[in-house]
Design a protein around this ligand. Structure first.
Ligand SMILES: NC(=O)c1ccc[n+]([C@@H]2O[C@H](COP(=O)([O-])OP(=O)(O)OC[C@H]3O[C@@H](n4cnc5c(N)ncnc54)[C@H](O)[C@@H]3O)[C@@H](O)[C@H]2O)c1
Length: 252
């Protein structure tokens, strides 16, 4: 049986934990060599160990997505250790939960740096590798907040995720000539470490459950399976798509 990502090489930013780790695991199960690129070396090494214990192939790369020199070094690592490059997942993201009236400008800049400058630099430095391999797939992690004005989400987060929606479409259009596809994923609330703070009060948890027509939170596996599809050759005609993984939230 052919695995869905057999012979493909992927890099997942923020792959040490949460959705990034789930995508890295799923990709490796389907035959990919996965570079887990994150600032958390300890957790990253643990995720790599989990994958290799199950027979998968994964490596950790230390990466701060906000720093251009860090991306250049990461690209060098991939070039040195892998025969080709096929899939870039811009997943690392942060959310400082302050409303527009509370937020210090510095915090807004921090969010822009990780959530927007990060993917921008990643695409800039990995497009040449994808081109060299004859094309590939870029997957950008947005959110339902990149599609709608979500009433429970901060303005700053919405700004960053909306930027990713259109960065995705412009890359899709511009690099289609190189057979490089670029799509974004838009999850509703997923139960990951990013959300633990939010779930401390039952009211906040109920808000999130209540808005999903399918009546449950997304799982990391729901998101990982969507990413797997976009990464695979099953999606070779999907380009510039903003794919909600939200149980119908944005259809309501
Ligand atoms: N969890 C959700 O409900 C949800 C919903 C929609 C979208 N998202 C998006 O999905 C992505 C992953 O979210 P998650 O819930 O898994 O988050 P998480 O906090 O569990 O994991 C984020 C990872 O990104 C890494 N990271 C943060 N800053 C970095 C930097 N500068 N350089 C490199 N790595 C960095 C962290 O070390 C961590 O491993 C984010 O972009 C988030 O905005 C999450």
């Amino acid at each position: 049986m052919t695995l869905r990502l057999e012979n493909k090489v992927a890099l997942v930013t923020g792959g040490a934990q949460g959705l990034g780790a789930a995508m890295s695991r799923r990709f490796a199960e389907e035959g990919a060599i996965v570079f887990i690129a994150d600032m958390q070396a300890g957790l990253g090494a643990q995720t790599v160990a989990d994958i290799t214990a199950k027979g998968g192939k994964a490596y950790f790369i230390s990466l701060d997505v906000t720093k251009e020199e860090s991306w250049i070094a990461a690209r060098g690592e991939v070039e040195k250790n892998a025969p080709r490059f096929d899939v870039l997942v811009n997943n690392a993201g942060i959310n400082i939960r302050e409303s527009i009236e509370q937020m210090q400008a510095e915090n807004f800049d921090k969010m822009l740096a990780v959530n927007v400058r990060g993917p921008f630099l990643g695409i800039k430095h990995f497009i040449p590798l994808l081109r060299k391999s004859g094309g590939g797939s870029i997957i950008n992690m947005s959110s339902v907040c990149g599609l709608i004005g979500h009433k429970y989400t901060t303005e700053a987060y919405t700004v960053t995720k909306g930027a990713i929606t259109l960065l995705t479409k412009t890359i899709a259009v511009r690099y289609a000539k190189d057979n490089i596809r670029c799509n974004s994923i838009h999850p509703s609330t997923v139960d990951t470490p990013l959300m633990q703070e939010l779930f401390k009060t039952p009211e906040r948890k109920q808000e999130r459950f209540g808005e999903v027509p399918l009546g449950r939170l997304a799982t990391a596996l729901d998101v990982a399976n969507a990413a797997l599809f976009l990464a695979s050759d099953e999606a070779t005609f999907l380009n510039g798509v903003a794919l909600p993984v939200d149980g119908g939230t944005t259809a309501d």
